[in-house]
Write a protein that binds this ligand. Structure first.
Ligand SMILES: [Zn+2]
Length: 418
């Protein structure tokens, strides 16, 4: 699928913007970009994007949570369309996570303006603040705020590694943390939200599909398991008399994997990401092990089944081994469905344009999950090489991004002229 003569400028500009933003917070070669939220590199990236918004004739403003909005004034009435994503990165992250979605939004605006008539409804591009949890241990800060899910008290609770609170950082960046909760995205103003994002997983790269239409965003259920056995001398304690916390933990870890495999047909996944063994000496039978478990899925009942399967196995394994097991819950979030009408619209456009696509879940969280609480929202995935993300090795093929970009543009166009 080639770039049509009348609408090629937007995609070309998208590439230039991604390259320009990637220079903000660029580390030494091989170390990617470090553009943590509300830092100087973040400010530089926002300046590039705000400049482009102005050049396109958009009105630029930042909200109480420092999210950057460019709004294209419209002649007509009726709720408009928002395209958004984020510009902040993890430490030593890649060039495309988030940035691609913001730049795609501005590419779409450029393309739509190049062919009359001018959109009859408002069109906005938004850069949400601090989508990554890297700096403040809180993800999707800007989109949570825009959904009315962040209070002035909340932002005083979170702070970065230097002890700067999120509230202070917002204030220093020109935000108004005391006004959080006053501006919420309203269906009276906005009819739809679209976000384009790299998949950050290997599915599209493996299947050869160019577009992923996200049906739902998985929510994590997280908990800690503390296994306590009996610490002993590794030479003097015979095998039959041991209560080894680590061998019990090994069985529990395999049970977590088995639970994930049993529910894989529903798109669920299960991971033990942390295993701390104490005292951690070669000549000591481990007395205590801490496991941190992360279960995710787009169906609550599937996540619940994994959780009970893991707990049943942990109880029986520990009981048989004379080890105690204690559970501390961290979080249990609810999966978020994307809007069915918008996913159907995206699917129709893919079919019409002969784009290879698949419907799929998102394992990772995105700003779209909070915007979806306010207005109909859709998330479009494009492939990234080997599914690698949050890494300097993050890479895309522009030829495989272009179909997703064009699907986004056509979907936005349909909603604006509806
Ligand atoms: Zn992202």
């Amino acid at each position: 699928m080639g770039i049509s003569a009348d609408m090629g400028a937007g995609f070309q500009r998208l590439r230039e913007l991604v390259e320009a933003v990637a220079r903000c917070g660029r580390n030494t070669p091989g170390h990617g970009v470090s553009r943590l939220a509300l830092t100087e590199p973040d400010r530089q990236a926002r300046e590039i994007i705000a400049g482009e918004m102005r050049e396109l004739g958009m009105t630029v403003h930042t909200d109480a949570c420092c999210s950057l909005w460019g709004v294209l004034p419209s002649s007509g009435k009726g709720p408009g369309v928002i395209i958004g994503s984020h510009l902040d990165s993890v430490p030593e992250g890649g060039d495309y996570d988030g940035v691609l979605g913001v730049a795609a939004g501005l590419g779409v605006v450029r393309d739509l303006l190049s062919v009359p008539p001018r959109p009859g409804r408002p069109l906005a591009v938004v850069v949400f603040t601090a989508e990554e949890s890297s700096r403040f241990s809180l993800a999707c800060v800007g989109s949570k705020a825009a959904a009315g899910r962040l209070s002035p008290e909340d932002v005083r609770r979170f702070c970065d590694g230097q002890g700067v609170t999120l509230a202070e950082a917002l204030k220093n960046f020109g935000g108004h943390p005391e006004a959080l909760g006053q501006e919420i995205i309203s269906p009276a103003d906005w009819a739809a939200y679209f976000e384009l994002h790299i998949e950050q997983g290997p599915v599209l790269d493996k299947t050869g599909d160019d577009v992923g239409i996200v049906e739902a965003i998985a929510a994590p259920t997280r908990f800690m398991l503390e296994l306590e056995g009996v610490q002993a001398h590794s030479g003097a304690c015979p095998m039959a008399l041991r209560h080894d916390a680590l061998t019990a933990a090994a069985e529990v870890i395999l049970a977590v994997e088995a639970a994930g495999q049993a529910e894989a047909k529903f798109g669920s996944v299960a991971t033990v990401g942390v295993c701390e063994c104490r005292p951690g000496a070669m000549n000591v039978v481990p007395g205590r092990v801490t496991l941190k478990v992360d279960l995710r899925g787009i169906r609550s009942e599937s996540v619940a089944r994994m959780r009970s399967q893991v707990m049943a196995k942990a109880v029986s394994v520990c009981g048989a081994r004379g080890v105690t097991c204690q559970l501390t819950p961290y979080s249990s979030d609810v999966p978020v469905a994307m809007n069915a009408e918008l996913t159907a619209l995206l699917e129709r456009i893919c079919r019409e344009r002969d784009v290879k696509y698949r419907r799929m879940p998102s394992g990772a969280g995105h700003d779209a999950m909070f915007v979806a609480e306010c207005i109909p929202s859709a998330l479009i995935f494009v492939p990234c090489r080997d599914g690698v993300s949050h890494s300097p090795k993050e890479q895309i093929e522009w030829a495989h991004v272009q179909p997703g970009y064009e699907v986004l543009r056509e979907a936005v166009k349909e909603r604006l002229f509806l």
